[in-house]
Design a protein around this ligand. Structure first.
Ligand SMILES: NC(=O)c1ccc[n+]([C@@H]2O[C@H](COP(=O)([O-])OP(=O)(O)OC[C@H]3O[C@@H](n4cnc5c(N)ncnc54)[C@H](O)[C@@H]3O)[C@@H](O)[C@H]2O)c1
Ligand SMILES: O=C(O)CC[C@@H](O)C(=O)O
Length: 391
């Protein structure tokens, strides 16, 4: 029986991919085999040694100590693209809310009192305070053209915006799927200097902290809009607030409100709602539950942020052993020597690496004894060894 610890609400459709006869799913397990979570901040958590995998039902993994897990030989999985359409739609909503003053206008309309004739008169005289501007023909910068950014760029282009994108590490797949109307900015300064609105879609990393800063905002067209549904910290909030006060910016759309931001009348705050659609929650949960299950049962690695992709059909007449280790010479040699000394024949072997980490899947003709597993664990540089009996 595998124990799965959940740290957030995970869609039932995802959890149903883990059959109850083999999986116990609980929010309180003390020795879980795997953890499933969304935005729970794991950095200060004492992660049990029993944990063999972590599944993030979403895109961003800044709430997970990925490096620490890599050093323990534990893969962290996420759900790339599974919530991208939901975020794209909220970005468009944010742009429209900002450009058409929809929220204050709605508050005004809701505040009206009197007869129908009086309300109608107040509407016609009050609406001049909420005149907006159209998105069509405005220049829109999209930073990060990954699963979300490229969808946002394409959708904005379809609305008639002139779209400028920046992503020096764009994947081939996202480049293929990007509208040919999206122009490429040479660098971030080049992007900001031509834009009426900018939306960020990059992960929160040391290099992306404060990416939207004072000088870049100052170079934008007057009355600009910043949209940040990526992560708090990517924009320098002090610089954004100063620009809202001066009129340089007209609105800041943010999915990560802070005490400072929510007080400002030109800040449009959402409660981390980007991925909160039934569809996105289900997509993420299904994707990550399948990936964690395949890893627990077969050692297969799909969509890990710290492990190489690794898939090998089951072979051999015995069990499967998986080994995560430092990516240094002679590891496979030492592993096969231990198996040979135990009289075990290797039926199939897959060895993949990613940066400093290597991962090996070995199918054996025969079953491995605990003593040999211990010998594998003692090899200098081995981080994790798992024994997966034949199904
Ligand atoms: N508000 C929400 O609910 C919500 C939901 C999903 C994702 N997110 C956030 O959005 C981020 C992006 O999600 P995604 O699914 O598009 O991820 P993704 O990995 O598909 O795309 C990220 C893109 O950013 C690019 N990038 C990285 N550093 C960059 C830099 N310095 N300059 C320009 N481009 C850079 C990458 O090359 C990649 O193409 C996530 O990391 C997460 O923080 C928020
Ligand atoms: O789980 C959520 O609701 C948010 C997920 C989002 O922040 C992500 O990075 O995918």
């Amino acid at each position: 029986m595998y124990k799965i610890l959940t740290l957030n609400n995970i869609s039932v459709k995802g959890l149903s991919r883990l059959p109850r006869e083999d999986y116990e799913i609980t929010s309180e397990a003390s020795h879980p085999d795997a953890i499933l979570l969304r935005s729970f901040k794991m950095h200060d958590m004492d992660i049990p040694e029993s944990v063999a995998a972590i599944g993030r039902a979403g895109a961003g993994v800044n709430n997970i100590p990925v490096d620490k897990m890599t050093q323990r030989g534990v893969p962290v999985f996420n759900a790339p693209g599974a919530n991208a359409n939901a975020v794209k739609e909220l970005v468009l909503a944010g742009l429209l809310l900002a450009s058409r003053n929809i929220y204050p206008a709605m508050k005004f309309a809701a505040s009206l009192e009197g007869t129908d004739a009086e309300i109608s008169a107040a509407v016609e005289s009050g609406k001049k305070n909420y005149v907006g501007c159209e998105l069509h023909s405005k220049t829109f910068g999209v930073i990060g053209l990954g699963a979300i950014g490229r969808r946002v760029a394409n959708a904005a282009s379809a609305l008639g915006m002139k779209v400028v994108g920046y992503d020096p590490q764009i994947s081939v797949e996202n480049a293929w799927r990007l509208s040919r109307n999206v122009e490429q900015a040479i660098n971030l300064d080049h992007l900001f200097s031509q834009c009426d609105a900018v939306s960020v879609h990059v992960p929160l990393l040391d290099v992306t902290k404060g990416l939207v800063n004072k000088s870049r905002i100052e170079s934008m067209n007057d009355g600009g809009i910043i949209v940040n549904l990526a992560r708090g910290g990517i924009c320098d909030d002090d610089a954004v607030l100063a620009a809202l006060d001066s009129g340089k910016l007209s609105a800041y759309v943010i999915d990560f409100p802070t005490a400072q931001l929510i007080k400002h009348p030109k800040v449009i705050s959402f409660p981390h709602l980007g991925a909160s659609t039934e569809e996105a929650e289900e997509n993420c949960a299904i994707m990550v539950a399948d990936q964690v299950r395949e890893f627990l049962e077969d050692g297969t690695v799909t969509n890990s942020v710290n492990f190489p992709e690794a898939t090998m059909p089951r072979g051999g007449t015995g069990c499967r052993v998986t080994i995560a280790n430092a990516n240094v010479p002679n590891m496979v040699g030492q592993i096969s020597t231990i198996l040979a000394n135990a009289g075990l024949n290797i039926a199939d072997l897959l060895n993949k690496s990613r940066g400093d980490l290597a991962y090996t899947i070995i199918d054996l003709d025969g079953n491995i004894e605990e003593a040999s597993l211990q010998a594998l664990r003692k090899i200098d540089g081995v981080l994790a060894v798992r024994h997966l009996p034949n199904k």
